[in-house]
Design a protein around this ligand. Structure first.
Ligand SMILES: [Zn+2]
Length: 489
């Protein structure tokens, strides 16, 4: 055959097999829908004992997300309206220590919710099948053997599109009994890039009217569980579904949305000493001038926009010098979520060795769903993971010490920064300093005690102490004030 003919034949074969796969996909979903009692299913509610994992808030960056109990867990989904409501009760110990308290939790999803929430409907076994049978979705199937089990693997794409322009996809693994064993999708995340969300469904049970429901649900994000549940019961088409999916006190008024007021205003800064600036915001950052460069402590908190604003402000107050180093206080995701912008700026990220692999793996992952400034810059993350308890930045003009905090439950590899000449200290998260004259808590706050112990261990003599999270009322504080909050002199 001539070359053109060969290419044409290959293209035709590809088209035909794609069409066959597309048909297969809908047929596989239809068969599973029948087997799982989903054909006549418009809504569902189910209940049981659950746990929520806090993504990005692990005590050590290489260990699972911390789980909190979600008792009395109930969830209802109306597939016809794309609405879902879950409610639970959590009895939780505050991260800062102290007495545990009972608090209600909820998750409400409606047709206007972003895909990151909507997908919670479409990665359930029933939602996956419902979505696969919708007119505006495509479904392709292939077979795959995993761990000796043969699966029909169906990829469903719909109309929901990522910021990068491509449709989100949902992949369901249907076993030989036509039950959905596992569903995967990918959503954008500032640290993990295209983040895999994976839900496993085990120990299927029979409900009324042919409904099949899993006895166990395990959802993972970033490789660790973010939600687990033992499903104790499920009901198809509950008659009061509208009531079940309606949040109580919907539209409860009063006050601007959280963070709104602060997000609107750009950063300002405050000179703390020659060449030392606090860059103000909900999360503060510290800019320090050296002879031929700038160092930022907490360069990328909150998000990419915030990091870009911090970088711009640092260059404004310390002009004509590159920002060479960005020292992060710790790995909890609210603190490094702006790091893609830091990488784009060519700044070396500095953190204790314990955090390096985790950050490098996350920041090196593909970011096709929502290309960020790092992707657009073509730069790769440069991370200095330092060994030992201390990293000192020093030249003829300045000394800045970074110390690893010891004995802190909140996070391994959390550091504080100290300017010995200026006697300025910067810290994050270890404790929330109460307003002056508040009663001394009993038991005392663990993080505050650990902070004071470390300052004494290191023989630091700070005169002004800056918190990354603005204090209320906003101010720099002193060691005397922190000691007083413990009832100490
Ligand atoms: Zn933290």
């Amino acid at each position: 055959m001539k070359r053109e003919t060969v290419l044409f034949a290959l293209a035709l074969a590809a088209l035909l097999s794609q069409a066959a796969a597309a048909q297969d996909g809908k047929a596989v979903v239809a068969a599973a829908s029948k087997a799982m009692g989903v054909d006549g299913l418009n809504s569902i509610d189910f209940y049981g004992v659950a746990q929520n994992g806090n993504l990005g808030q692990n005590n050590n960056s290489n260990q699972p997300w911390p789980m909190t109990g979600a008792n009395d867990y109930v969830r209802a989904i109306d597939f016809t309206q794309s609405t879902s409501r879950a409610a639970w009760q959590t009895y939780a110990v505050p991260v800062t220590g102290g007495a545990a308290s009972l608090a209600p939790g909820q998750q409400n999803i409606n047709g206007q919710s972003p895909w990151a929430l909507q997908m919670e409907i479409y990665i359930t076994p029933w939602g996956f099948l419902k979505g696969g049978l919708l007119k505006d979705t495509t479904a392709t199937a292939k077979t795959q053997t995993i761990g000796g089990k043969r699966y029909q693997v169906v990829t469903v794409t719909g109309s929901a599109k990522a910021p990068g322009g491509q449709p989100y996809k949902v992949i369901g693994y249907i076993n030989s009994q036509n039950l959905v064993d596992k569903v995967q999708t990918w959503i954008e995340n500032p640290i993990f890039g295209d983040m895999l969300v994976e839900a496993e469904y085990n120990f299927y049970r029979d409900g009324a009217n042919g409904l099949k429901f899993p006895g166990q649900i395990i959802q993972k994000r970033g490789g660790w569980p973010t939600f687990t549940m033992y499903v104790l019961g499920a009901q198809a088409n509950p008659p009061n579904i509208q009531q079940l999916v309606t949040p109580p006190q919907a539209g409860r008024g009063g006050g601007p949305p959280a963070g709104g007021a602060q997000a609107a205003s750009g950063p300002t800064s405050e000179k703390l000493a020659d060449g030392v600036y606090r860059i103000n915001g909900a999360y503060n950052s510290l800019a320090i001038e050296f002879a031929d460069h700038i160092l930022l402590f907490e360069p990328g908190p909150q998000n990419e926009q915030r990091a870009q604003a911090i970088i711009a402000e640092a260059k404004k107050v310390i002009p004509n010098k590159p920002i060479r180093y960005g020292v992060i206080s710790h790995h909890h995701f609210d603190h490094p979520s702006g790091l893609p912008a830091v990488v784009a700026e060519g700044i070396t990220i500095v953190t204790p060795e314990v955090n390096k692999n985790f950050l490098m793996t996350g920041l090196s992952a593909p970011r096709t769903l929502a290309p960020d400034s790092m992707t657009k810059s073509g730069k790769k993350p440069v991370i200095e993971g330092f060994a030992g308890d201390k990293r000192v930045f020093q030249d003829a003009t300045r000394t800045f010490e970074v110390h690893v905090i010891k004995g802190l439950p909140h996070a391994d590899g959390l550091v504080i920064g100290y300017l010995p000449k200026e006697k300025i200290l910067v810290y994050a998260d270890m404790f929330n300093l109460p307003p002056p004259n508040d009663p001394v808590p009993n038991p005392p706050v663990t993080g505050t005690m650990v902070f004071v112990d470390n300052i004494e261990r290191l023989h630091l003599e700070p005169e002004r102490i800056m918190s990354i999270h603005s204090l209320n009322p906003d101010r720099l504080t002193t060691l005397a004030e922190i000691r007083a909050s413990l009832g100490r002199k």
